[in-house]
Design a protein around this ligand. Sequence first.
Ligand SMILES: Cc1cc2ncn([C@H]3O[C@H](COP(=O)(O)O)[C@@H](O)[C@H]3O)c2cc1C
Ligand SMILES: O=C(O)c1cccnc1
Length: 337
Amino acid sequence: MHFNTLDDIRGFCRELPGGDEAAAEAAALRQQNLTKPPGSLGRLEELAIWLSRWQRRELPRLDHVTIAVFAGNHGIAERGVSAYPPEVTAQMVANFAAGGAAINQIAKFAGAELRVEPIELARPTRDFTVAPAMDSADFLVALDTGWRTVPEQTDLLVVGEMGIANTTVAATLCAALMGGRGARWAGRGTGVDDAGLLRKRSTIDAALKFHRDLMDDPLAVAAALGGRELAAISGAVLAARARRIPVLLDGFVATAAVLPLARLAPAILDHCRAGHVSAELGHRELLRELDLAPLLDLGMRLGEASGAGVAILLLRAALACHNGMATFAEAGVSGAG
Ligand SMILES: Cc1cc2ncn([C@H]3O[C@H](COP(=O)(O)O)[C@@H](O)[C@H]3O)c2cc1C
Ligand SMILES: O=C(O)c1cccnc1
């Protein structure tokens, strides 16, 4: 295991590996010299420079893109907080393996390799209204699964999840670490009806009450109120940081998964961008809190890394221009008079 204790994670967060500012500056200078008015490619320019900083080269590549989808099951699923039964988590993992899910199609057209990691699906986390969801040993094992899923070398990592009831988990983490109660954070997830929404809210409120003494410790919150697939996402984001691999986060659940890390060290998300803003209640507010501007706003609310998967195409567009365009000097085009 890369981290044997929660303190090891805290230590990593105190000495975060940085990007390559010289590569970023070279990329920014290149953007100034390409045959276009400076800034005219808008956020595509910033994205190319961000990729340069973390890939540590002026001309970044997206030859190897990895999409990691982590799956976990949740004790609170028994409380009727999802429109679907918990068996769907394992059934969807089988669907990923067979190539039938949305993310399979998106990975294909985005030119990405899909890795799916189910984590102890037969052993759901405990119902966190009456116990910690995970003890720290369980949390560290799940986090380690995420760490190990990240290849030593890949040009971009995209993280997502599958786990029935995990929008309630994500909402609970937001409430615990950002304030407010269930009514502020519970959305409709897979499409719960009004009664289901009330059950989500009261589940969150019960969890906040039961764990009220933990709230000042982000990693204790991540273990007690989180889930295995969320812990794995945070582990993958840490591994990517160690290897300086840029990351696209998916929706509300994937973003909530890294909120505890951001509470430990805000700079932990410098190598991350938000692939999209989900339609799930709370995601927009969470992104604002983390100072992440989403690349896409398509009303998607699926999870599975689907929104971030679509955003890979924007990064490809950004790099096609950054790497392929001629400079004013090369093309013999006059600069601004
Ligand atoms: C068929 C199916 C495929 C999915 N793919 C992702 N999710 C998404 O929905 C779940 C979260 O919503 P809730 O909190 O309401 O259960 C997660 O598994 C998430 O990845 C799916 C859900 C279903 C039903
Ligand atoms: O935005 C998400 O992550 C999301 C939204 C609905 C269902 N599952 C995931």
